[in-house]
Design a protein around this ligand. Sequence first.
Ligand SMILES: [Fe+2]
Ligand SMILES: [Fe+2]
Length: 210
Amino acid sequence: MKPQELLLDLVNVPAVNLLLNQLRTRCMTEYGHSYGVFQLGFLMGREAGFDNSEQYLLGMAGLLHDIGKVEISDITNKSGDLTDDEMDVVRTHPKRSYDLIKKWDLPEEVAWMAVAHHEFGRNRYPRDSYNGNGHDYSGAERRHGSSFTFEGAQVLCACDIFDALATQRSYKKPLEIDAAKDRFARDFVGNEIIRDALLRIEDLPVLYGK
Ligand SMILES: [Fe+2]
Ligand SMILES: [Fe+2]
């Protein structure tokens, strides 16, 4: 399967299309970032040996992981420094993504990967519990009884961190590829195999227009 074919399949799901259009309208930076995470996730999933249905779920999670930001776009679109209170609101976005994905009856695995997409970074959040069991993901792993969503969430987190470093955001300029790789290697605290797989992707310069 090619990434273009998977993307077409995903945007043909009406709820995915609708949510992506909301993201495009309200959070243009996140819209581009979501596509970047989708692209990296596809390469990482292929490397990890994910089958087509797993690639589909990871791809949807890549597109929708930050969808919760549509509800707080007045804060996430601000260009200056955020206050502590505003940062607290920003940290609610994985849970908001989870709720929106569930509200639209999209696959539960997608919701679990989305809610955990900041759990494997150095500054991981939420630090408090969404389900009363510490980090959200401990609950997700038990719930599914399989390693796919756990591995998928780490892949998603790795792609999220790298894409954020390598692209322009309202608060920073894009890093060059080598600098982004160095920062990523420090900031990603998940599985080392996943970390190294991202660092080995040969197409990073092409993906980031270098
Ligand atoms: Fe996020
Ligand atoms: Fe993200």
